[in-house]
Design a protein around this ligand. Structure first.
Ligand code: SAM
Length: 288
C-alpha cells in the first residue's frame, strides 16, 4: 500500500463512492475503507454490497437524516478518543444532498481533522458532459416537491446567469421541466443526464422545450436517477430585467387579469402563463 494511503487515528474520512460504476471507486478510497475502525453509512445494507465487492469487513453504523443529530456527537467523541472513522453515503460524495454535515461540524468542533477522499458525484459528472458553461455554476439540489414552492424557487432563479444544476426524482421530472420552461422559456439550453456511469446512461437535450416533449415521446425512459443542467439567463435578458410585479400592479389597476398578464408578457418577454399566475397571486395578496 502506498505510504500516503495510510489511515491515521483520530480522523474522520469523508469518502466518495461510485454513483453506478463500481470501477469508479478510487484505490485510495478502498484503502481508507479497509483501514478505518468504523464506517458510518447512510444505509448499511446498501453500502454492504460495495464493501463486499472490495472485500472490506469493518464495523458499520447507520448515519442518516433521522438519527444524525444524536449520532454525530457520539461518533465525534469516538474520533476525539483516537478512532479513525469513514463516512460514506449510498452513492457519490457524502454531504452533497446527503447526510454528514452535522457529523463533520461535530468533529471539527472537537478540533479533529476531517479528510476528504474525493471521487464521484452526480453533480460534476452531469455538468462536465453537457457543453454548457462550467466556469461558474450553482448547485440547487432538489427543488421543492409542491408546485407552489417549486414555482417560487424557480422564479427566484429566473435571472440567474450561472449554469444551474438540479437533482430530480423520475416521477417529478415532467412537472419539473414544465415549471422550468414556464419560468425560463422553452428555448433555454438544458440537459437531462440520466443513469450516469450505468449501463443505460443517457443525455437528453438541448433545450427546455426538448425536455418538456421528452417524457411523452419516451415514457419508458422516464426512470432511474436524473440530474438537470440548465443554462443561465442570457446576458441581454438579465440586463433588461423588468420589475414584473410593478408592471402587473399598474396594469391590473386598469385592465382585467387576462389582458394585464397578456400585455405584461408582451412588454417583458416573459411567459404569459407565469405572469397570469403571478397576477392572480398579486390580486389575492391585495384582497387579504
Ligand atoms: N451525494 C450524491 C452525489 O454526490 O452524487 C447525491 C445524492 S442525492 C440523495 C441522489 C440524487 O443524485 C438522485 O436523485 C439523482 O438526482 C442524483 N444521482 C445520483 N446518482 C446518479 C446517477 N448515476 N445518474 C444521475 N443522477 C444521479
Amino acid at each position: 500500500m502506498p505510504e500516503d494511503f495510510a489511515v491515521e487515528p483520530g480522523r474522520l474520512y469523508v469518502v466518495a463512492t461510485p454513483i453506478g460504476h463500481l470501477g469508479d471507486l478510487s484505490p485510495r478510497a478502498s484503502a481508507v475503507l479497509a483501514g478505518v475502525d468504523l464506517i458510518c453509512a447512510e444505509d448499511t445494507r446498501t453500502s454492504q454490497r460495495l464493501l463486499a465487492h472490495i472485500g472490506v469487513r469493518v464495523p458499520m453504523r447507520a448515519l442518516h437524516d433521522h438519527n444524525e443529530r444524536e449520532q454525530a456527537e457520539a461518533i465525534a467523541n469516538r474520533i476525539a478518543e483516537g478512532e479513525a472513522v469513514a463516512l460514506i453515503s449510498d452513492a457519490g460524495t457524502p454531504l452533497v444532498s446527503d447526510p454528514g454535515f452535522r457529523l463533520v461540524r461535530a468533529v471539527r468542533g472537537r478540533g479533529c481533522p476531517v479528510v476528504p477522499i474525493p471521487g464521484p458525484s452526480a453533480v460534476l459528472a452531469a455538468l462536465c458532459a453537457t457543453g454548457l458553461p462550467t466556469d461558474r455554476f450553482v448547485f440547487e439540489g432538489f427543488l421543492p416537491a409542491k408546485p407552489g414552492p417549486r414555482r417560487q424557487a424557480l422564479e427566484s432563479l429566473r435571472n440567474e446567469r450561472r449554469t444551474m444544476v438540479f437533482f430530480e426524482a423520475p416521477h417529478r421530472i415532467a412537472d419539473c421541466v414544465e415549471a422550468m420552461a414556464e419560468q425560463f422559456g422553452d428555448s433555454r439550453p438544458a440537459w437531462l443526464a440520466r443513469e450516469l456511469t450505468k449501463r443505460f446512461e443517457e443525455f437528453v437535450g438541448d433545450t427546455l422545450g426538448d425536455l418538456v416533449a421528452w417524457p411523452s415521446v419516451h415514457p419508458d425512459a422516464v426512470r432511474g436517477e436524473m440530474v438537470l443542467v440548465v443554462g443561465g439567463c442570457p446576458e441581454a435578458d438579465a440586463e433588461s430585467v423588468i420589475d414584473v410585479d410593478r408592471l402587473l400592479g399598474l396594469l391590473l389597476d386598469r385592465l382585467p387579469t387576462k389582458q394585464a398578464a397578456g400585455l405584461a408578457a408582451e412588454i417583458s418577454g416573459q411567459p404569459r402563463n407565469a405572469l397570469y399566475q403571478r397576477a392572480l397571486e398579486l390580486k389575492r395578496d391585495a384582497a387579504d
